[in-house]
Every structure is written in structure tokens, then in C-alpha cells.
Design a protein around this ligand. Structure first.
Ligand code: MSP
Length: 666
């Protein structure tokens, strides 16, 4: 299927920020998802370079508008390259091809009788390039959208008969109830049309930086009429050559215009009306997303509260940045960008959940199966359940991604990541490896873990292309289409190589970094320490020479960051059964419920507690400790107790009723 997707074209009055980066990353991920579904995609982005606002910014910078826009447009292109944006075209409204398209649509609409000259006067906002009705002004002189000061403008200009299209627009909306996503925006659009539409001024005489109105000296085309036409230009409109005409016929209408919520009216009312007037088909869907906010206000260059993406890409890597913004913002809702939020997601979702899963699976296949994916002959309910979750997650994530709902898609994928981590904990392949009779179970476990990682790599591909490629490289699998993505299709015998850390740990959020100390990978526990166990953490990342290791003084041990603490998984557990370990004075063997599973654990508290007194008691355990063998019993976790000097150990207790097993303690 053909899929033509556009972003807004961005104003070049100042440098790009997170808002522009986000829309473009979201569109990029959707474009990649559609390519994976086998669609023939055209993905367009670009810059909106005309208008009074830009003319003024150029003047302020002391340069000609042309040189000014060239400079800023280059910055957008540079940033998009750094963000791995896979656009097929980058349109600039100052290009000759665009002028041709605008002239063509202008003449067509004029010939239709939809343009007429009228005197216009009113309050004008140059930031938004819009006249604002007096009744909507805030405090009598401020624009209700951006808060900037409006100015009084009087000019004779062309008007477009927007009012004439009110019935046709309403008909269109009534017969296309999904036309604007999300629904709340659709409702606003319909309500706006129902209130009645005024004709729209579409030329300006008060400045010259724009596309001249054909045959009308002194007038330039209104920036929104000019800008919206970019979507036609890029697929050949206005170019009279037969090749361009054929291309236009094959490519128009666009499938999705992706935009921020503040420009819905222009896209959902003005644009369809212009197209109806020009006799052209309407785009198929308008998808709008919410705003990134800072301290509750929209992040925008006019407010000066912007996040520069490059800082975060340098600190965490591009994949992590893309992951964070796509995971954090639910389609249609606003979201707050915070350094701590990014750091926490990086540490928990990427370094711990996904990074560890890949690292320990590939390490175990290398160690126990000579680097070849084993066959899964053994099968029990856990395998069936994992396969079922994988199948459901594939369906949900691919559908959500195609609909721009990456937060939902990634939440689903992480359900699978976590399910697989739990599967490994339940199956304990590192323990099975020590018992030859458990070999079939070990092999099935590693087969499924590797197979699911292949599925995960395929599903995160549109969001994190580089990490996905590196996952595929260590799993020895090619990039395939989403069409036949199914669980349990990994070929046994596939060569696997232990993965380098996908997401090396970082010490602290960007805001806590001094400029001289960039984010540094943290040294994690040495997995080679216990040859009998398999690391729960990825192999240690090399320390960066620039960052001196913290000096530990005996008097005051070095403090740890919150993320280091959060790496220790403390959880509530309930004791189901307890008994003394034969021939040991101190040890008690317990069976505990940790919410998601039951485990065996050995604790050195026999001198302080009778086993029967422990049954039904709630304790705190370190849940993600590597297993250890004590008196021949494998212990999975450690019970926390205070051990006063010379006194008996005391277990941590809870108020009644105790929190349910599995509750995190922090
Ligand atoms: N040039 C017009 C659009 C013309 S489209 C034919 C324009 N440009 S803009 O530079 O102001 O960019 C607006 C778009 O940038 C928004 O619609 C949104 O996609 C993105 N964002 C800008 N600030 C944003 C946030 N704070 N949060 C999320 N996205 C934002 O309007």
C-alpha cells in the first residue's frame, strides 16, 4: 500500500527545539513502521520560510531573509540527520518548485470564483500569523494562543470564500468520523465549523517576504495558504511535465498529516476548503499530538523555555532519546520533559530490563550452547504462556505503531520484555545448566528467550533503529518484515554472539552533570565473579578515563546515586513454609511468595527465629540477587534483617495489614 505521510513544515525564525524534533521523530517512527508492514512510504518534512515573522527575525539578525532562512533551514536538516530521520524529501517553501505549485493552486481557486479583494482591518498576531477577533484578545491586547502582543493591521487583500464551504465541510466531517485524531480535536473542529465560518484573508501587502500573488503586484500570498500547499508541491503538483503529473496522480492525497494540536484549525478547516475549491481530493487523516511542556507551559521559542535535543542525544544516545519521547507522550496528551524522567526510563527500561535480558540470554547461549541457538523440545505451560504474550504483543504493538501510538506500542513491548525476564527467573537456566538431566529445559528456555528477543528487536526497530540492529547482530538474525513476524520461528542453530552492553549505565541525569563531567558509564558488578552463575547485570562497561573513580574513605563510604539504589530490587515476600537446614545451626530454608512466583531462599536466622514462627510472616527480600548455593541449597534472594553487634538478627516488620507480596520497597 502507498503511504504518504507529512509533518508540519517548521518556521525558520529560530533554531529547532524538542517540539520540532518530537513531531519529526514520531513521523519517522511511523514511516519506519509502515515500511516494515511492506508499505511504499513517502515521508515528507521541511521548513516554512516566508512571512512577516521570519522577515523580522532576519532583520533583527542583520541579514537578508534569503541568507537567514538558508542558515536556519540547514540547522533543521542537520538536526534531522542527527536524529536519523528517514524522510524521503525535505521541502522548503522558498524553492522554485513550491512557488510553481502555489501559483497553480492560487490561479485555480481564483478561476473557481473563490477569491475576492476586500479591505481588511483587525488585530494581527505575527507570531501565529493570524488575525485575532477582538473578543478573543487576552487583557485587550494579547494573542490567546501564544500570549504575544497583537498589532492593528489595515490592508486591502484577497479573501477566500471559506464561508461558502461550511456545508461541504460539515458533510465531510459527518461522513468521516475518524478524520481528525484524537476524537476531542475532531469534536472541536466540528463545533468550530458549526459556529459559522468567516471568509479568510489570504494575501498581504504589508511586507514582501513571500510568494508574489500572480498578476497582482504588491501582494504576497498569506503564509498559511503558501505553507499548506507544500504537501501538494512535494508530490509534483504545479509541475506540468507528464512525469510529475503521473506522480501527483499516484501519490495524492496524503494519507496522514501529522501535526501539533495548535495547528488543527488550519489543517482541518482551511486546508480541506482550499482543496475542495481547487477540485483536489482531501487528505485521508489528520493526526494531532499534544505539547511538550516545561513548568506547565508549552515549550516554544517565543517563550524561550525550550529543550535542545542534541544535549540529550549526546548524553544518552539517539535511541534512548527517541525511546523516551515516544514512550512518554501518549498520543494527543501533553507531556512534561524532565531530566529525571529520561534518566529513570533509561536506567529501568533500557539498561536494566532490555539490556540485561539481551546480555544474559546471549551470554548463556554462548556459555551453555556453544553460541548456537538450541532447539526447543521440552515444553510446558511457561513456554506456552510466553508464546501467547509474544503473539498478543506483536499484534498490539504493530497496530499501535501504524496509528502513531508509540507509547501504547512500547508499553506492550515492555510487557513482553518483563514477561521474558520473569520467565528466565522462573526457569532458572543458570541452575538447570548444572544438572545434565535438566538440559532439555535449559535449551527450551534459551531458545524462547532468544526467539522473543528477536521479536522485541523487530518491534523496537522503528523507534530505536541502531539498538535493534545491534540486537539482531548479536542474535544472528536479519531484518524481516512485520507481515510474517511470529513467535517461535527462530531457526535452531543460528549463531549468537554475546551482546556488548546495549545501554551502558549512566550516573546521573543531565541536569546534575557539571559541564566538565559528561555522563559516564557506571561500573557494575563483575559478572565473572561467580563462574557458577549467570550475570543478572550486563558485563561491566569500561570506565571513561575522563571520570575519576570516586575515592572511598573508610570513614565515609562514597555515596551512591538513586539509580544505583533502584538497581537493588527490594520486595515484600510472604513466607509459605520454613524449616531448619539439616546440620546447620544458623540456616533456615524458606519457601516464599514474591507475588509473581514462589522461590526457595536460605537465611541465617535460625538462632533468632523458630521456623514455624516465620510461616505467614511478611519479610523484605533482595529479589534480584544472583542465586547462591548454601549447604547444597540454591538460595534465590536474601531476607533483610538488622544485625546488631552481639545481638540476634531482627527481621524487618510491617504495619498490619502487610502490603501484598511483590510490592516494591524503596
Ligand atoms: N509553519 C507552521 C506549520 C505549517 S504546516 C503547513 C508552524 N511551524 S512551527 O515551527 O511553529 O512548528 C509547529 C509544530 O512543531 C507543531 O505543530 C508541532 O508539530 C511542533 N511543536 C512545536 N512546539 C511544540 C511543543 N512544545 N510540543 C510538541 N510539539 C511542538 O506552526
Amino acid at each position: 500500500m502507498r503511504f504518504y505521510l507529512t509533518t508540519p513544515i517548521y518556521y525558520v525564525n529560530a533554531e529547532p527545539h524538542l517540539g520540532h524534533a518530537y513531531t519529526t521523530i514520531l513521523a519517522d517512527a511511523a514511516a519506519r513502521a509502515h515500511r516494515l508492514r511492506g508499505d511504499d512510504v513517502i515521508f515528507l518534512t521541511g521548513t516554512d520560510e516566508h512571512g512577516q515573522k521570519i522577515e523580522r527575525s532576519a532583520r533583527k539578525a542583520g541579514v537578508e531573509p534569503r541568507a537567514f532562512v538558508d542558515g536556519v533551514a540547514a540547522k533543521f536538516q542537520q538536526l534531522f540527520a542527527e536524529l536519523s530521520i528517514s524522510n524521503d524529501d525535505f521541502i522548503r517553501t522558498t524553492e522554485a518548485r513550491h512557488r510553481l505549485a502555489v501559483e497553480t493552486i492560487w490561479r485555480t481557486v481564483l478561476a473557481r470564483g473563490d477569491l475576492y479583494k476586500a479591505k481588511y482591518e483587525g488585530w494581527y498576531c505575527t507570531t501565529d500569523e493570524l488575525y485575532v477577533p477582538e473578543t478573543q484578545l487576552v487583557d485587550g491586547s494579547l494573542c490567546p494562543t501564544c500570549g504575544g502582543k497583537v498589532e492593528w493591521l489595515e490592508e486591502e487583500n484577497y479573501k477566500f470564500r471559506l464561508s461558502k464551504y461550511q456545508p461541504a465541510l460539515l458533510d465531510w466531517y459527518r461522513s468521516h468520523p475518524d478524520y481528525v485524531v484524537p476524537q476531542a480535536r475532531y469534536n472541536e473542529v466540528v463545533a468550530f465549523i458549526e459556529r459559522g465560518l468567516d471568509d479568510l484573508s489570504v494575501s498581504r501587502t504589508s511586507f514582501t517576504w513571500g510568494i508574489p500573488v500572480p498578476d497582482e503586484p504588491g501582494h504576497v500570498v498569506y503564509v498559511w495558504f503558501d505553507a499548506l500547499t507544500n504537501y501538494l508541491t512535494a508530490v509534483g503538483y504545479g509541475d506540468p511535465s507528464p512525469a510529475a503529473r503521473a506522480r501527483f496522480a499516484a501519490r495524492w492525497p496524503a494519507d496522514v498529516h501529522l501535526i501539533g494540536k495548535e495547528i488543527v484549525r488550519q489543517h482541518a478547516i482551511y486546508w480541506p476548503a482550499f482543496l475542495m475549491s481547487a477540485g483536489l481530493p482531501l487528505p485521508r487523516r489528520i493526526v494531532s499530538h499534544g505539547w511538550w511542556t516545561m513548568d506547565g507551559a508549552k515549550m516554544s521559542k517565543s517563550l524561550g523555555n525550550v529543550v535542545r535535543p542534541r544535549v540529550y542525544v549526546e548524553a544518552y544516545g539517539l535511541d534512548a532519546f527517541r525511546y523516551y519521547v515516544l514512550r512518554e507522550m501518549v498520543l494527543g496528551a501533553d507531556a512534561a520533559f524532565t531530566d529525571d524522567g529520561l534518566h529513570a526510563r533509561y536506567t529501568a527500561d533500557l539498561a536494566n530490563d532490555l539490556g540485561n535480558l539481551l546480555s544474559r540470554t546471549t551470554t548463556m547461549i554462548a556459555r551453555y550452547c556453544e553460541g548456537a541457538v538450541p532447539a526447543a523440545v521440552f515444553r510446558d505451560a511457561l513456554d506456552v504462556q510466553l508464546e501467547e504474550v509474544a503473539g498478543a504483543v506483536i499484534a498490539e504493538a504493530t497496530e499501535a505503531a501504524a496509528n502513531f501510538e508509540f507509547s501504547r506500542a512500547l508499553t506492550a513491548v515492555w510487557r513482553l520484555v518483563n514477561e521474558t525476564n520473569r520467565y528466565l527467573v522462573s526457569r532458572e537456566p543458570w541452575a538447570a545448566a548444572r544438572h545434565p538431566e535438566a538440559r532439555p529445559r535449559l535449551e527450551a528456555t534459551l531458545y524462547h528467550a532468544a526467539d522473543v528477543l528477536r521479536v522485541i528487536a523487530m518491534l523496537v526497530e522503528p523507534v530505536m533503529p541502531a539498538a535493534a540492529a545491534s540486537m539482531r547482530a548479536s542474535l544472528g538474525v536479519p531484518l524481516t518484515s512485520w507481515i510474517d513476524l511470529r513467535p517461535s520461528t527462530l531457526v535452531p542453530g543460528t549463531r549468537v554472539t554475546p551482546a556488548p552492553p546495549l545501554f551502558p549505565r549512566k550516573d546521573s541525569p543531565v541536569s546534575d552533570q557539571s559541564p566538565a563531567s559528561p555522563v559516564t558509564p557506571q561500573i557494575v558488578t563483575d559478572p565473572a565473579r561467580d563462574q557458577q552463575t549467570v550475570p543478572a547485570q550486563p558485563p561491566a562497561a569500561p570506565p571513561m578515563p575522563a571520570a575519576p573513580a570516586p575515592v572511598e574513605s573508610p570513614a565515609q563510604p562514597a555515596r551512591i546515586g538513586i539509580d544505583q539504589f533502584m538497581n537493588v530490587e527490594l520486595r515484600v515476600a510472604r513466607v509459605l513454609a520454613a524449616e531448619r537446614v539439616p546440620k546447620s545451626k544458623k540456616l533456615i530454608r524458606m519457601t516464599i511468595d514474591v507475588g509473581t512466583e514462589t522461590r526457595t531462599l536460605v537465611a541465617g536466622i535460625a538462632e533468632a527465629y523458630a521456623p514455624e514462627a516465620l510461616v505467614n510472616r511478611h519479610v523484605v527480600i533482595v529479589a534480584n540477587l544472583q542465586p547462591a548455593t548454601l549447604m547444597g541449597i540454591e538460595s534465590n534472594g536474601m531476607v533483610l534483617a538488622a544485625s546488631p553487634e552481639g545481638g540476634r538478627p531482627q527481621l524487618i516488620t510491617f504495619d498490619e495489614p502487610a502490603p501484598p507480596p511483590g510490592t516494591r520497597v524503596r
